[in-house]
Ligand binder design. Structure first.
Ligand code: ADP
Length: 347
């Protein structure tokens, strides 16, 4: 059973995509945070423009919702180039990529999300496209098979992945620039929320945006999603203006605590504490215990729990930390876990 999470960094539906699109910054100066990455991109863009050359291929990696797609669009915009978007799982056959590549104009950007999920034949097909701007396309099969060599325009491939480790070495080595996106600070997320509330013409009391930012797990997509939830709640239960009280009630309804942890995070921590006596436990075992997808735990739940020091990764598996036990109000006794506090959200 996969839980539909407000605070998963993953995209959820078309409606949310449109909402995100309206809040997406269009140029580098509009992007908050990621100072290091932005500085390097700015130099690369200036240099490429100065030489009237397309940019080198770029790989953005990091947890979902941190701005990989946004940056790909920003880069294309800053270069004055067109962008075409696809994703690893959508490009099944060589023909799928062939269509995209042969329609690219000089300097255009091809964005491939979840690039670690490209099939091996497609991946091998794009190597010469990335390196020599040509593709070898096979038509017919058996005796009549022939390979046609197509020259391509010089384009820029921008790949995004949550798992750089799953990328094959030959693919990784064909990117000229590899950028890791970091979680955002509460201050940066507050700035993003400030901008979003202006775009949405939302009124708010002092300090409310900081409180939303603090519960957004360092992730802009989650910050904007929480803002949307609180906005709905304020419209229906209040005057439409965001206040601390509205925020507390809205997030309590979503069962999101003051650190931004939700039911799934707490289930992972409780499983570690109660079923595995604090750990170590393998991710596969925890996923099986909870009936959750291993990928969800590895992509969205674990990185944040590691980041805030609630889970430790050891060679033998994951372990819960003292800080997490204190937050949940549980004590670990080997062979027995004692609860000292009731559920945080018990009404
Ligand atoms: P990813 O591709 O890494 O999953 P997205 O690029 O789709 O993430 O970002 C999700 C949303 O977060 C965007 O729609 C945008 O509104 C917001 N966002 C991301 N990065 C930034 C940023 N640097 N500044 C402001 N908003 C951002």
């Amino acid at each position: 059973m996969a839980i539909d999470r407000v605070i998963s960094g993953n995209r959820r539906n078309e409606q949310e995509e449109n909402f995100n699109l309206s809040l997406r910054p269009k140029n580098l100066s509009g992007c908050v945070g990621q100072k290091n990455v932005k500085e390097k991109l700015l130099i690369a863009i200036e240099a490429a423009k100065g030489r009237s050359e397309p940019l080198e291929h770029i790989l953005f990696y990091g947890p979902p919702g941190l701005g990989k797609t946004t940056l790909a669009h920003v880069v294309a915009n800053e270069m004055g180039a067109n962008i075409r978007c696809s994703s690893g799982p959508a490009l099944v056959k060589q023909g799928d990529v062939m269509g995209l590549l042969t329609n690219m104009a000089q300097g255009d950007v091809l964005f491939i999300d979840e690039i670690h999920r490209l099939s091996t034949p497609v991946e091998e097909f794009i190597y010469p496209a990335m390196e020599d701007f040509k593709v070898d396309f096979t038509v017919d099969s058996g005796m009549h098979a022939k390979t046609i060599n197509f020259p391509l325009k010089r384009f820029t491939l921008i790949g995004a992945t949550t798992r750089a480790g799953l990328l094959s070495a030959p693919l990784r080595s064909r990117f000229g620039m590899l950028y890791h996106l970091e979680y955002y600070s509460t201050k940066e997320l507050t700035e993003i929320l400030h901008r979003s509330s202006q775009l949405l013409s939302l009124g708010y009391d002092d300090g409310t945006l900081e409180l939303i930012a603090a519960r957004s797990r360092g992730t802009p997509r989650i910050a904007n999603r929480l803002l949307k939830r609180v906005r709905d709640y304020a419209q229906v239960k209040g005057s439409g203006k965001l206040s601390k009280n509205i925020l507390d009630n809205a997030l309590k309804m979503e069962r999101i605590d003051e650190l931004g942890l939700d039911e799934l995070d707490r289930s992972v921590l409780r499983a570690l504490a109660e079923v595995y006596e604090g750990g170590p436990a393998g991710i596969e075992a925890i996923a099986a215990t909870l009936g959750e997808e291993r990928d969800t735990l590895e992509d969205v739940v674990e990185p944040y729990l590691l980041q805030i020091g609630f889970v430790r990764r050891t060679k033998r598996g994951r372990e819960i930390t003292k800080a997490a036990c204190e937050h949940l109000g549980i004590e670990i006794h080997k062979n027995k876990t004692k609860h000292s506090e009731p559920d945080l959200f018990e009404q």
